[in-house]
Ligand binder design. Structure first.
Ligand SMILES: Cc1cc2nc3c(=O)[nH]c(=O)nc-3n(C[C@H](O)[C@H](O)[C@H](O)COP(=O)(O)OP(=O)(O)OC[C@H]3O[C@@H](n4cnc5c(N)ncnc54)[C@H](O)[C@@H]3O)c2cc1C
Length: 294
């Protein structure tokens, strides 16, 4: 089964095996089965932060479609399985319950598991937008399946959250469910945050429905911005096969047709070399590379 339709870049070859799981128990069962049989596996969320190789994935892709969640308005808590979509599914329900904390992430494609992996973030509300708001600010605890198949409840400290990172980048843990601690906020204020964030995105980012991408390709460079460096080198609109550096945002590459993983990697290399030669800065990819790129 081709993995391209399961990624926002619409790129990627086939997986040897593909299984969708629809709740936390099935997720645990599938991961344990893969481990027991020594089959390499990859856990897929919304595929919004990965580039899958053109030759696909040798092993089993486990697609996390565990979407159960419960809101406890009295205690301001949200408990959800890790495959739930942050926007619109969770945010819309939380607006109804007047529980604030996740609405900043409206418009970003993400499962809860992917959001924890990367410590999802966006600018604080307009008009100031003076800081970055991170997912971990409202993260209370999570249930994980450890690499040795223990099911544990762990707190925020365990995750070692940082900018674009968490312990999930190297620990091998699988998040099966998360508890968020949220705060009361009037519905109308939350709706306004969502509206202005969606507008901000529409003005600055290529639309995902017609220009598939994975959002920012390179990690942030503090105080400068990877996009500004690439733009400064005149690379907006640069094309490699079916992949182009967006005219709207130089840190976003878009799939303009039959773009391949090879095209993306080649364009990444070109951008890294050009920026290094012209500015001295080293660009580093933010996305995860998954599967076979041979
Ligand atoms: C148009 C666009 C705009 C974006 N804007 C932003 C933005 O403003 N801010 C921002 O922070 N990001 C942004 N992103 C990046 C992306 O949306 C986030 O990184 C998102 O959290 C990815 O979630 P996902 O479910 O797609 O994860 P995937 O891409 O499916 O997976 C990413 C990694 O997480 C791992 N993973 C997934 N679920 C679990 C789990 N349950 N347990 C353990 N590991 C897991 C996967 O195995 C993989 O290694 C944007 C992306 C796009 C396409």
């Amino acid at each position: 089964m081709s993995l391209a339709p399961f990624t926002t870049f619409k790129i990627g070859g086939p997986a040897d095996l593909y299984v969708g799981v629809s709740n936390a128990e099935e997720l645990i069962f599938a991961i344990k089965a893969a481990r027991r049989n020594h089959v390499p596996f990859f856990l897929l969320g919304m595929g919004a932060n990965i580039l899958v190789g053109d030759k696909g994935f040798r092993g089993i892709v486990i697609h996390n479609q565990s979407t159960g969640f419960q809101i406890d308005p009295e205690n301001g808590r949200l408990e959800c399985e890790s495959g739930v979509t942050v926007w619109p599914d969770l945010i819309e329900k939380l607006i109804e319950s007047e529980l604030s904390g996740l609405e900043h992430f409206a418009g970003i494609p993400s499962s809860v598991g992917g959001a924890v992996w990367q410590n999802l973030h966006f600018l604080s509300p307009a008009p100031k937008r003076e800081r970055t708001v991170f997912l971990d600010e409202v993260f209370h605890s999570a249930t994980i399946l450890t690499p040795d198949n223990q099911v544990l409840t762990v707190d925020r400290e365990y995750f070692q959250f940082g900018y674009d990172t968490s312990i999930l980048h190297f620990s091998g843990d699988i998040v099966t469910s998360v508890i968020f601690q949220l705060e009361y906020k009037p519905r109308e204020i939350m709706k306004e945050i969502v509206r202005s964030n969606l507008e901000w995105r529409k003005e600055r980012h290529p639309p995902l429905s017609t220009e598939p991408s994975v959002g920012s390709i390179f990690k942030k460079i503090e105080g400068i911005g990877a996009g500004r460096l690439i733009d400064g080198c005149g690379m907006k609109g640069t094309r490699e096969g079916g992949i182009e550096i967006s005219h709207r945002h130089a840190n976003i590459m878009i799939n303009v047709g039959e773009g391949t993983a090879r095209d993306v990697r080649t364009l990444i290399e070109r951008a890294v070399k050009t920026v290094k030669a012209e500015t001295g800065y080293e660009l580093e990819p933010e996305i995860a590379f998954v599967g076979d790129f041979s």
